[in-house]
Ligand binder design. Structure first.
Ligand SMILES: Nc1ncnc2c1ncn2[C@@H]1O[C@H](COP(=O)(O)OP(=O)(O)OP(=O)(O)O)[C@@H](O)[C@H]1O
Ligand SMILES: [Mg+2]
Length: 374
């Protein structure tokens, strides 16, 4: 056991112990920070979905992590776990953080909006995988941040190669690295990796849900319609919410059809990405981002977050490319509780699964996605 700084005991079902870390700098990824970035070749992807090579980093146990005096010391010493060859383009670019999108010491990667000379005419999004700010129980932060980075960069490369980044997934602007000073004498530098991508115009569906509330409506749907079949004669509700899309504030009133369309489009998009060889594996309201709203209140959506995605059909992939067109009804599973978004699905798990299954079979009656389906 380490003889380092004071040890704080936590409940046994959480991680074994954590340490006071006086050297850890406060989260630096705030508006106003300027970074000097250069291109970086990510390590081959590792984690679920890929065969592991013997040279892949392994996930340290808590006993192994405990050998380091503090988490900061561990991040300084172990980073990077796996060197990759230098990119031929070593030019330095600047990146100025202008807004925080999803940041904090309590989460994994940090997502910020930035300006950069690389894409001068628009605001882009950076996803920064800094292990020092990965805080999950029972997780080796260096392993996890590198796993997220390697898997996400690999997935975006596939999406870029098949030409669909920028179409319902953010356009991809490559993988990068920068040096962060570790403020202690003598000053040491840490290499941190990130990806750059298009900043999607709207909030996540989860954010829409959390900033809104449901009101009763008298809007009726014919019982033989897809929507009416879920209601058993009851009235549907309207989600009243607001949203900032490309800088413009919008008040939204989303009826049952609008909300079901978000599910349908996301499931179809998930399946299209799968056919193109990217299994996103994390279909959830927080990972579906609004891109536009039309006059009927229908939302355009994009899928973000490929940090646990698998690319199919490469020499290191466990799964081959699909050879038949799969059904969204079978392949696209929501990881979170969709009855929050569509309370009409019912109030318990059984109800939800039953009604959701009914809706799915109406959407894709032949069990397959076809252009003629609604
Ligand atoms: N390109 C983007 N443009 C705009 N917003 C984005 C973009 N990418 C991500 N976001 C927002 O930031 C949030 C966090 O991003 P992301 O899901 O990629 O991070 P994560 O740490 O992998 O998330 P999770 O909480 O799902 O583990 C998303 O829920 C989404 O709302
Ligand atoms: Mg996410």
């Amino acid at each position: 056991m380490s003889t380092g700084p004071e040890v704080l005991e936590l409940p046994a079902d959480q991680y074994k112990r954590t340490k006071i870390d006086p050297d850890k700098p406060p989260l630096p990824y705030r508006a106003g920070l300027q970074l000097r970035i250069k291109r970086h070749i990510p390590p081959p992807p590792f984690g679920i979905g890929y065969f592991q090579e013997p040279t892949h980093p392994h996930h340290l146990s808590w006993d192994e992590l405990d050998q380091f005096s503090t988490p900061s010391e561990y991040c300084l010493q172990r980073r990077p776990p796996r060197e990759t060859r230098s990119h031929r383009d070593q030019s330095i670019h600047t990146l100025d953080i202008v807004e925080e999108i999803a940041t904090g010491d309590h989460r994994g990667a940090q997502i910020v909006a930035c300006r950069t000379d690389l894409v001068p005419d628009r605001i882009v999004a950076a996803k920064i995988y800094d292990p020092l700010y990965y805080n999950f129980p029972d997780v080796d932060p260096v392993y996890q941040s590198d796993a997220d980075y390697s898997c996400e960069a690999f997935a975006y490369r596939r999406l870029e190669i098949v030409g669909v980044d920028g179409l319902h997934v953010p356009a991809y602007y490559g993988s990068w690295t920068f040096e962060m000073p570790f403020a202690r004498e003598p000053v040491r530098m840490r290499a941190v990796c990130m990806i750059l991508m298009e900043r999607l115009p709207g909030p996540s569906v989860y954010a829409l849900l959390k900033s809104g509330h449901f009101v009763d409506s008298t809007e009726g749907w014919p019982p033989n319609s897809v929507e009416g079949s879920l209601l058993n004669g009851k009235a549907a509700q309207i989600l009243v919410t607001k949203c900032r899309i490309a800088g413009e504030e919008k008040e939204l009133r989303l009826n049952l059809r609008n909300r079901l369309n978000v599910l349908r489009k996301s499931m179809e998009l998930y399946t299209i990405l799968l056919v193109l060889g990217v299994k996103q594996r994390d279909l959830a309201a927080r990972n579906i981002v609004v891109t536009n709203v039309d006059e009927a209140g229908d939302l355009g959506v994009a899928i973000a977050d490929f940090s646990i995605a698998c690319v199919l059909g490469t020499s290191i992939s466990k799964d081959p490319m699909l050879t038949t067109w799969p059904s969204p009804a079978v392949e696209a599973r929501f990881e979170d509780n969709i009855s929050e978004w569509v309370p009409e699905l019912g109030t318990n798990r059984y109800d939800e699964e039953y009604k959701f299954g009914k809706w799915v079979s109406l959407c894709w009656p032949r069990g397959r996605y076809e252009e003629s389906d609604p």
